[in-house]
Design a protein around this ligand. Structure first.
Ligand SMILES: [Zn+2]
Ligand SMILES: [Zn+2]
Length: 332
């Protein structure tokens, strides 16, 4: 089969097709999103504990069953697949914190991913899609699950004012999903004017490129750079919840005034990946048509041009054009 393989070099090549082990099901990828984490894998800048080379990348995807399956449906049924393979048995898993499973194993990181003609995955992480769901909505389930877990870790009261710092895919999805919390207002604090239309499509009431002087009940940092983390703290109202969702380079530090955090009664919350519960809730909403993030897809490539997709992700050809999700179509 053809697959995008990363070792010392990275590109589409011939690669042995997988066979299904016990409890696994073969899935034919249809559409695969690429993201900054894929770049870290390609560049070998990712923490080596989280990756195993040589590796077929691809962790944001929609595919179809390659064969009939008792529970999942007939061959051709379209599915999305959780990336994290939690053991289900450790203390964290038993509490439902499957994102912190004692054994780290993830499709597209420690085992073969979906940027290939065929992938074998455990059947219990596979979720069938409703026929009405488009491929471009479904391909965004994985990053939506990451955002949804962060938004639901601590309950947010209806009527909250929400600020999202950042204007990349995760930030725009945070704006989109925060609408499900019945907020009074959602403001996206971005960097590039070109992202305005995407932010509005995501459901932002306002898009600004200078941080406002007002404060917010929920502030989501999704830019992943030190300045944005500081901006997020400055935007927090008394009693606010501040979610750190972006991932700055390892070793990044920021200045914090701890007395402000105490006096303002702030909750500062990190969030790692997604739980099985968050994933299932996102799939439910996608299947019901309540989440339609496909407006975010702006760049499309074919499998043989996947290297170009990676280039587009790395360096936008034109900074004045909007850039949302970069996707690779493996088959129709
Ligand atoms: Zn990703
Ligand atoms: Zn576990």
């Amino acid at each position: 089969m053809r697959a995008f393989v990363v070792e010392t070099s990275a590109g589409v090549t011939d690669w042995p097709a997988p066979e299904a082990a016990a409890g696994e099901v073969l899935v034919e990828p249809i559409l695969v999103g690429v993201c900054g984490t894929d770049l870290e894998i390609i560049d070998h800048t990712i923490d080596p504990a989280y990756v195993r080379y040589p590796l077929v990348i691809g962790h944001e995807w929609v595919g179809r069953l390659a064969h009939d399956h008792d529970r999942l449906g007939v061959a051709g049924t379209r599915v999305v697949v959780e990336g994290i393979i939690a053991c289900g048995d450790c203390d964290a898993c038993r509490r439902g914190d499957t994102n912190r499973c004692a054994t780290y194993d993830e499709i597209g990181f420690t085992r073969a991913g979906a940027l290939a003609e065929l992938v074998s995955v455990p059947a219990d992480v596979v979720h069938p899609l409703a026929a009405s769901v488009s491929d471009e909505d479904a391909v965004l389930v994985e990053p939506m699950a990451v955002v949804w877990r962060a938004l639901t870790r601590i309950p947010v009261a209806a009527g909250a004012s929400v600020a999202v710092v950042g204007d990349g895919t995760v930030a725009l999805l945070a704006a989109h999903l925060s609408r499900l919390l019945s907020p009074a207002q959602v403001v996206v604090v971005g960097r590039r004017e070109a992202q305005r239309a995407l932010a509005v499509a995501a459901g932002a009431d306002e898009f600004v490129t200078t941080p406002p002087s007002t404060t917010f009940d929920l502030v989501i940092e999704a830019a992943g750079v030190a300045a944005a983390v500081s901006d997020a703290l400055a935007l927090a109202a008394r009693g606010a919840q501040v979610i750190w969702l972006g991932l700055p380079a390892h070793g990044t530090t920021i200045a914090v005034a701890p007395d402000d955090v105490v006096n303002n009664d702030l909750i500062i919350q990190g969030s790692f990946s997604y739980t099985r519960r968050a994933w299932a809730q996102v799939v439910e909403r996608v299947n019901r048509g309540e989440l339609t993030p496909s407006f975010l897809v702006t760049h499309r490539f074919g499998l043989e041009d996947a290297a170009e997709a990676i280039r587009a992700l790395r360096a936008p050809a034109d900074e004045s054009l909007a850039r949302g999700k970069v996707v690779v179509r493996v088959r129709d």
